[in-house]
Design a binder for this molecule. Structure first.
Ligand code: C2E
Ligand code: MG
Ligand code: MG
Length: 460
């Protein structure tokens, strides 16, 4: 058999940083190998490898450190892929791998190679000053010649990589035709989302937060939904990632701020001094325009800062620029809350310094709490730590009475979840408050949420 080297002769200019060839060279090799030899094209596999969360490293530790990480990742990739196969760097944190598909090769099958890459790239890595970081990557894998000409292979690998990202990253996905459909779908969704913003198809639903002991409503969280003319009610889990990927999240976030403040003013006119929590992504926090925007919306609708809370997920604490803006928000006087606490990275040193008021414990930490000692220990530790730092603990996603009872016994301050109330349109919440139509489990609204309440009962 004729041996065809996948790497070819490396004559192209090598970028200095990683020492890996670039996309032009990769394309050239892929085309050359895809040309049929003796009527038979070499069976190949192409992988798109994208680091998960690399941006946070760059933002938190600076570009020189980001470069160190990239170099190390490139070194590990090359080591796994071996001398017979090709690795190229094709974007900031994107790499392409080209390998022959014969399982008899020393490298094994492409899937086994993808598995080894995942493993190798997720090993922890020590930065200068003994800072340890652990990254992961998402890999899209496609086999040729089944999936067509070289240009198409790259698009397929890309679609498969996004499928891996959609599963939460740190995994690999083998291309299937439906994935291309998914990425087309995503593109369509993006176009429609632009229109939705213009046509006012977004709505905010509100889910109450209850005081754990009294069962009274202490405030609500605004959760965005999209009333799509054809698809019906679309959930944020579907379109927020699309908005983030296509640069629409800033505009969407601005709409949410404006709408939440407008609703607060409407409630006030009805005699209800509500408190609303707004969710924000790291991207929004990095925008310089956020603070003036929020200040203006509060001014326009005469909203007091104590009526607003901003919820961010804990991994945002890895992002320097976002953290600075977080502190700026606190200076406006709005409350700050860490969402989905306990499932991402968290920087405890920062948590001590930041003006955070609330931790929301992610439901995955207590789903099985009634019969798991581990779950109880974790929640107990979080509650103790939070109380020591003067933070209120909200258990989010409480679905059963047993969960509620256990969480109450463990001293959680507030609860939120389907057990008490699902997210609902503003009018429905108003009905509860106005018509005395009390929520099924909860005990009603905190007196401080009404304007005419006795000031002695006002709490914060
Ligand atoms: P989140 O902020 O952690 O919101 C909690 C999610 O859990 C909501 O999903 C809520 O409907 C759901 N949930 C509440 N109680 C329960 C329960 O008892 N059981 C279960 N299984 N789920 C419960 P939703 O509305 O689909 O929102 C998903 C995520 O989308 C939110 O997670 C938030 O990260 C994001 N999101 C929502 N609205 C916005 C927004 O206006 N801006 C941004 N940037 N993100 C948003
Ligand atoms: Mg939230
Ligand atoms: Mg959450």
């Amino acid at each position: 058999t004729r041996y065809i080297s996948v790497t070819g002769v490396q004559t192209c200019a090598l970028p200095i940083l990683t020492g890996l060839p670039n996309r032009a060279y990769f394309d050239h090799r892929l085309k050359a190998l895809s040309r049929a030899q003796d009527g038979k094209a070499t069976p190949l596999a192409v992988m798109m490898v994208d680091l998960d969360g690399f941006k946070a490293i760059n933002d938190s530790f600076g570009h020189p450190t980001g470069d160190l990480v990239l170099k190390e990742m490139a070194r590990r990739l090359r080591a796994e892929v071996g001398p017979g196969n090709l690795v190229a760097r094709v974007g900031g944190d994107e790499f392409l791998v080209l390998c022959r598909r014969s399982p008899a090769d020393a490298g094994g099958t492409p899937s086994a190679l993808a598995q080894r890459i995942l493993h190798s790239l997720s090993r922890s890595f020590t930065l200068p000053h003994a800072v340890e970081v652990k990254l992961s990557c998402s890999i899209g894998l496609v086999h040729s010649p089944e999936f067509g000409p070289p240009q198409r292979l790259l698009a397929c690998a890309d679609a498969a990589m996004y499928a891996a990202k959609r599963q939460g990253g740190s995994t690999f996905a083998v291309f299937e035709p439906r994935m291309e459909h998914d990425s087309r779908e995503e593109l369509a969704l993006q176009t429609e989302l632009r229109q939705a913003l213009a046509r006012n198809e977004l709505v905010l639903y509100y889910q109450p937060k209850m005081d754990a002991r009294s069962g009274l409503i202490t405030g609500v969280e605004a959760l965005v939904r999209w009333h799509h003319p054809v698809r019906g009610l679309v959930m944020p889990g579907v379109f927020i990632p699309v908005a983030e990927r296509f640069g629409l999240i800033g505009q969407l976030g601005d709409w949410v701020i404006e709408e939440a403040c407008r609703q607060l003013a409407t409630w006030r006119a009805q005699g209800l001094r509500m408190r609303v929590a707004i969710n924000m992504s790291a991207y929004q926090l990095r925008q310089d325009s956020l603070l003036p925007r929020l200040a203006r919306a509060m001014g326009d609708h005469a909203i007091e800062p104590s009526q607003l809370t901003i919820e961010i997920i804990e991994s945002v604490l890895m992002d320097d620029a976002a953290v600075r803006s977080f502190s700026g928000l606190a200076s406006l006087g709005v409350g700050l809350s860490i969402d989905d606490f306990g499932i991402g990275y968290c920087n405890f040193a920062l948590l001590r310094k930041l003006p955070v008021k609330q931790l929301k414990v992610d439901r995955s930490l207590f789903t099985d709490i009634q019969n798991s000692g581990d779950a109880r220990s974790v929640v107990t530790a979080i509650v103790q730590m939070a109380h020591a730092l003067n933070l209120r603990v909200v258990a989010e996603g409480v679905e059963t009475e047993r969960q509620r009872d256990t969480l109450l016994a463990l001293n959680c301050d507030e609860m939120q979840g389907f057990l008490f109330a699902r997210p609902m349109p503003a009018e429905k919440l108003t009905l509860w408050a106005m018509e005395g139509e009390t929520p099924p489990v909860a005990g009603g609204f905190r007196p401080s949420l009404f304007m005419d309440a006795d000031p002695a009962l006002q709490d914060d």
